[in-house]
Design a binder for this molecule. Structure first.
Ligand code: SAH
Ligand code: SF4
Length: 374
């Protein structure tokens, strides 16, 4: 824990190679960095005193310059269906409070942790409560990794040693590709066998379609990609997902197919929120099938989760069923996402968190900066 008088380095923010460099920087051998990783991620030790195979002097030095700091819990909610939601403090440098959310969704044989990448979001999608709050800041790598560390800590290990978290999805608050420089090392930590050691198909990055960053991702890392399409033509998508005005559908799909080629990926999941009378008509199903037919694409239909003042309604079950069946009939695999944690507002798009002094940046006809950080 920090005493507030000096900045200590939070080790949860260091990718494996950085941890070795960190140890070397303190005058130790590189393998000391690997030992630190083992303590952190395999033994889940949060204090230096417990790291018994590190020399006493090194431990004392670590306590001076470093810390292992998880996000602080504001509140924890458990849903009737077992879904858990944590509201976590994401303070600002001036001490004012803000919060982000992390959600754990247990299912048969797997446990998915949905994590946040930013405090708020600048992209302002019409149906998203995070977007409605505006953007405040990017989370650091330590804050992104810290959500997983904390959830692991709270969930514990089952009696048979099975781990609770088998999948991580970047589908909480924020647009992960707009915080590329902090999200990339976090994903490396999720995949690395010295750290969380998850397979690449079990780490999913969801993006609303920042095309240049998808190309960059294709160079950097192999994870599962989910793309928030939500509309099958530019006219409609311009309204629902404003980033489409900068990167229209054809460009976005090209980037997606490039990602699959470059990373030898299996398929891309296209998320499609079902909005009553807006994007759920038979003609939309036809257009969507035409866009994706013949490609390695799956569609995940998300029943809209309403929030106060959204102005949208969830599509009727019949409309969602028709959409799914139509796509499947055209050879485009489509599934309907089961809504979980409704009673604790933990469902997709309901992760409201708490954002103060937001920087609301709208993409009007004039393109303005959207706070995308390289
Ligand atoms: N910014 C990223 C990831 C976070 S949002 C993205 O947009 O992909 C995760 C998913 O929840 C996205 O597909 C998003 O479009 C969807 N979503 C947002 N608001 C929603 C709502 N109210 N109901 C259902 N899904 C929603
Ligand atoms: Fe941001 Fe994703 Fe919400 Fe759009 S849907 S406003 S990109 S969090």
């Amino acid at each position: 824990m920090t005493d507030g008088t000096q900045e200590r380095i939070n080790l949860l923010g260091l990718a494996p190679a950085e941890m070795e460099a960190f140890a070397v920087g303190l005058g130790e051998k590189a393998f000391r960095g690997r030992q630190l990783l083992t303590w952190l991620y395999k033994r889940r030790t949060g204090d230096f005193d417990g790291m018994t195979d590190l020399g006493k002097n090194f431990r004392a030095r670590l306590a001076e310059v470093a810390e292992i700091r998880m996000p602080q819990i504001v509140s924890e909610h458990v849903s009737a269906d077992g879904t858990r939601k944590w509201l976590l403090r994401a303070g600002r440098s001036d001490g004012r409070e803000q919060a982000i959310e992390t959600v754990f969704i247990p299912e048969l044989g797997r446990g998915t942790l949905c994590i946040s990448s930013q405090v708020g979001c600048a992209l302002d999608c019409a149906f998203c409560s995070t977007g409605a709050q505006g953007f405040n800041r990017n989370l650091t790598t330590a804050e992104i990794v810290g959500q997983v560390w904390l959830a692991n800590d709270r969930l514990g290990v089952a009696a048979d040693g099975a781990r609770a978290i088998t999948n991580i999805v970047l589908m909480g608050m924020g647009e992960p590709l707009a915080n590329y420089k902090n999200v990339l090392p976090a994903m490396r930590i999720f995949l690395d066998d010295r750290c969380f050691d998850l397979s690449r198909r079990r780490v999913t990055l969801s993006t609303s379609g920042l095309v240049p960053q998808i190309y960059r991702l294709a160079e950097d890392i192999n994870v599962a990609l989910a793309v928030s399409l939500h509309a099958p033509n530019d006219e409609l998508r311009n309204q629902l997902v404003p980033i489409n005005r900068r990167h229209p559908i054809a460009e976005l799909l090209q980037a997606c197919w490039h990602y699959l080629d470059a990373q030898n990926g299996r398929s891309i999941t296209f998320e499609y929120v079902m909005l009553d009378g807006v994007n759920d008509q038979p003609e939309h199903a036809r257009q969507l099938a035409a866009l994706l037919k013949g490609h390695d694409a799956k569609v995940n239909l998300i029943p809209f989760n309403p929030f106060a003042g959204s102005g949208f309604r969830r599509s009727a079950p019949q409309a969602i069923g028709y959409f799914r069946d139509y796509l499947n009939g055209r050879g485009v695999t489509a599934t309907v996402r089961r809504t979980r944690g409704d009673d604790i507002d933990a469902a997709c798009g309901q992760l409201a968190g708490r954002v103060h002094d937001r920087t609301t940046v709208r993409l009007g006809s004039k393109m303005v900066s959207i706070g995308v950080e390289a």
